[in-house]
Structures are given as structure tokens and as C-alpha cells.
Design a protein around this ligand. Structure first.
Ligand SMILES: C[S@@+](CC[C@H](N)C(=O)[O-])C[C@H]1O[C@@H](n2cnc3c(N)ncnc32)[C@H](O)[C@@H]1O
Length: 440
């Protein structure tokens, strides 16, 4: 099974261009392997002569039956291909990946993505039948040594071989995906160090935060003022809190880890060792159109923020009630940056968590989100924490049922060539929640 080793590159995280290359390689390999297995099975069945002498009607019925078996094998492979596309963006069929990528760009409906990927895959596999028909029936026509019955038996055998191949490929892809699901991610409970996070990411205002804060400041222009604002998954940070202070009646800061909230308490208490957020306050004020904010203006925003923070909440997005009964469940504005995409490496779980986040926003209210784009993990203190490997299309698809399409703004921020921390781009979204019934 040496060719199985060639499937490993499919399941490794990699940039977009490489996903195409790997998919092209897997398609080529798979085409040759299918051809070899199907031809060998067809020849073996014809040579075995077990079906020779059957009535023509029975031979045709046998051939029809082999199509059913082939369809069953293909079904297993199509399901595995969908899981592979969703998890890694690669496929064992180039056209299937192309169809998936194109349709994903055009619609937020995942069912349509799946149908397009399956139709392209199934269509290719059907087209591969043509040479077999041409070869078998051509041989029956040009030589007396091959009867029409021999040709049909060969085709039936080839179908059975193809069925076994599709089934085997599907199982192999599933197996590889299972193995990939348990990478050695660091755990928030055991390995997260708030100080290391602040040191690694928040010494200066880096490119990702320049874009995030500018986008969030812009989003806040649409915020209904005078209500409590929830910052979900705030970590040990305050850089997204300053931009919300002016509009909020109260600021509720929520995170999973008590150690993160303690770091915020230190800042609230003006502890000498608390992190210095002034560069971020200054940048926030600049984004709000103050060209050169004075030190007094920075201090004033810090004071306003301290005054507005009224609650620190321990939350868990993995719970069906993330706030655990504490705090309001229907905020006019919810801001969540780099949290939900970091709470899991699994896209299916990420979708569930995003729906829970969306449900914290009251009808007519606003959700503002930032996520790492197409990242499998980011590094803090030398340890890799999970990331759900999502992009703008995934975000659009998960938010669309909850939010008004005309009020859903999604932007991609490219961060340049360096991806040393595990990501090279981010995705940002602002959305206004629907007032009517929701059909996720
Ligand atoms: C990358 S940090 C983002 C922190 C901050 N929002 C920022 O922009 O720097 C990810 C945060 O997600 C939080 N988190 C991880 N699992 C969570 C869960 N199950 N529920 C809620 N928050 C979680 C972590 O505690 C951590 O603070």
C-alpha cells in the first residue's frame, strides 16, 4: 500500500497554492491506481471464466448489479472527499476541488458546496468508464476471440474493482483525517500563560491589530449606544475594549480562563506590573480620527474604560449556555476577537460555537468578530494553540442565517509574507442580527 503514503500530504495544513499542487498530484495518482485496479479486476474475472455460458440477459443483469456496487463504493469515497475538502481544502479529485472552491465563493449554502464537489467527482469517475467501454466493445467487434459476453463480464469485473478502489480510498482518507485530528495542541487549561501571550503579541501594535482595531472602530459607528457591551473571549487583553467604552453603558468582559481575567483585574487596579495598553489606546483614538492624541486624551479613555467595566465573567463557548446563567444573554453589541476560532481546531465545532456566539446578540443588535484566516494554530510561549482553519466563506456561511445580508460586512486582512506565528491573514466581520425567525 505504498501509494497510501502519498495521501499523507493531503491532510497536512498548507497554503492555497500548495493545496492545488497536492490535489493535482493525488488526482493523477488516483487516476492511475483506479485504472490499474479496475483493469486487473476486469481481466481476472474474464479469465476466470466463472460467468461464461450465462444467458445474455443474466450477463446484463450482472453488469447492472456491479454498477450498484460501484455506486456504493463511490458513495463512501464522496463522503470522505467532502470531509477532506472541509478539513483541509484538498481533494483526491482536481475537478471536485475546483467545483467546491468556485461554488464556495458564490454561495454561503454548504449543501450547494457539497453537491458541486460530489457532482464533479462522480462525473469524472463516470467519464473514466468510457475507455473501458471503447476497449471492451471494440475488442468484441474486431476479434472473434472476444465475445460480447466476455466484454460485458470484463466491464462488470472492472466495475467491481473500481468499487473496491473507491471504497478503499474513502476509508484511507477517513483514516488519515482521524489521525490528523489529534495533533499535539497545547491546552488552555494546562499551558496558557497570559504573560507570554502579552509579551508575544502585545508589545507593540502589530499589523493584524492595526487592521482589527481600525475595522472594529469603524463597526462601532453602527453600535446602538447606551447598552451593555459584551467582549467575549477577551483573554488577558484590553485593546478591543477601549474602542467600545464610549458607546457602552457597561462593559462586560468574558473569558474562559480565570488567569486571563486576573490579568485584567491587575490593570483595573492600576497594578504597577499590569500590561501597558497605552500604545493601543493611542492607536484607537487615531482610528477615531484624532490625528495626534494627547497623553491626557489617552488617560481619559483609560479612565472611561475602567469606569465602564462592571463585570468580569468566566464563560465557556463549549457549553450550550456559554455565559452559564451569568450576565445577559441578549446584548445589543457583542465583540469577539480571535476566540471562537481558537476554542477548537474542528470546523464543525467552530460552527456550533459561532451559532452560540450569534445567539448572545439581541435581534437588531450587532456582532463584531475577528478570526485567524486559514490557520491550523498559533504560537504562544513556544506552544501551539488550536485554530479552526476557517476563511471568509466559512464565516459568511455560518453568519448568514442570523444576520441581515445587507448588514453583513466581511473583510480579509493580509499580513504580508511572514507567518512565523502560524497565520498570514485574518478575517473580520460586522453583522446586524435579524429581527425575525432564524433558520440556521
Ligand atoms: C487568542 S486568545 C484571544 C484573546 C483576545 N481576544 C485577543 O484578541 O487577543 C483566545 C482566547 O480564547 C479563550 N478561550 C479558549 N477556549 C475558550 C472557550 N471554550 N470558551 C471561551 N473562551 C475560550 C482563551 O482563554 C483565550 O483568551
Amino acid at each position: 500500500m505504498a501509494w497510501l503514503a502519498a495521501l499523507y500530504p493531503l491532510c497536512r495544513p498548507r497554503p492555497a497554492a500548495q493545496r492545488w499542487l497536492v490535489t493535482a498530484g493525488a488526482t493523477l495518482l488516483s487516476t492511475y491506481a483506479l485504472d490499474a485496479v479496475a483493469t486487473a479486476a476486469g481481466l481476472a474475472l474474464a479469465a476466470a471464466q466463472i460467468l461464461q455460458g450465462l444467458e445474455p440477459g443474466l450477463v446484463l443483469a450482472f453488469l447492472a448489479g456491479t454498477y450498484l456496487v460501484w455506486g456504493a463504493g463511490l458513495r463512501v469515497n464522496l463522503q470522505a472527499n467532502w470531509a477532506l475538502l472541509e478539513a483541509t481544502g484538498t481533494s483526491t479529485n482536481l475537478l471536485s476541488k475546483a467545483a467546491y472552491d468556485v461554488v464556495k465563493r458564490r454561495t454561503a449554502n454548504r449543501r450547494t458546496w457539497r453537491i458541486a464537489a460530489a457532482a464533479a467527482y462522480g462525473g469524472t469517475e463516470l467519464a473514466k468508464e468510457t475507455p473501458y467501454y471503447a476497449g471492451a466493445l471494440g475488442a468484441a467487434l474486431v476479434t472473434d476471440a472476444v465475445s460480447a459476453s466476455d466484454a460485458l463480464i470484463f466491464l462488470g469485473g472492472a466495475n467491481l474493482g473500481a468499487a473496491a478502489y473507491e471504497y478503499g480510498l474513502g476509508r484511507a482518507v477517513r483514516g488519515l483525517l482521524e489521525r490528523r485530528r489529534t495533533p499535539a495542541y497545547a491546552s488552555f487549561e494546562a499551558d496558557w500563560r497570559p504573560q507570554a501571550y502579552l509579551a508575544d503579541y502585545y508589545r507593540t501594535v502589530e499589523a493584524d491589530e492595526r487592521q482589527t482595531i481600525a475595522f472594529f472602530v469603524d463597526a462601532m459607528k453602527q453600535c446602538a449606544p447606551g447598552e451593555p457591551i459584551l467582549l467575549f473571549g477577551v483573554g488577558p487583553t484590553l485593546h478591543h475594549v477601549f474602542l467600545a467604552a464610549g458607546a457602552a453603558s457597561e462593559l462586560h468582559l468574558a473569558d474562559y480562563l480565570p488567569a486571563n481575567l486576573q490579568e485584567i483585574e491587575r490593570w483595573l487596579a492600576r497594578d504597577a506590573d499590569a500590561h501597558d495598553w497605552r500604545p493601543f489606546v493611542r492607536y484607537t483614538l487615531q482610528c477615531e480620527n484624532r490625528a495626534r492624541p494627547s497623553e491626557a486624551a489617552v488617560a481619559e479613555r483609560e479612565a472611561l474604560t475602567r469606569a465602564r467595566i462592571t463585570r468580569l465573567l468566566e464563560v465557556d463557548i463549549r457549553r450550550s449556555d456559554p455565559l452559564g446563567g451569568r450576565g445577559r444573554a441578549a446584548y445589543g453589541t457583542v465583540i469577539s476577537a480571535y476566540c471562537v476560532d481558537s476554542a477548537t481546531a474542528e470546523r464543525a465545532a467552530w460552527r456550533t460555537y459561532m451559532r452560540r456566539l450569534a445567539e448572545l446578540v439581541r435581534p437588531g443588535g450587532m456582532l463584531v468578530v475577528a478570526a485567524l484566516r486559514r490557520s491550523r494554530g498559533y504560537v504562544v510561549g513556544g506552544r501551539t494553540f488550536p485554530s479552526a482553519d476557517i476563511d471568509e466563506h466559512d464565516l459568511q456561511a455560518v453568519l448568514a442565517p442570523f444576520f441581515e445580508p445587507q448588514d453583513l460586512t466581511i473583510a480579509v486582512g493580509e499580513l504580508g509574507p511572514s507567518a512565523a506565528k502560524g497565520y498570514a491573514s485574518i478575517v473580520l466581520a460586522r453583522a446586524c442580527r435579524r429581527r425575525g425567525a432564524i433558520t440556521p
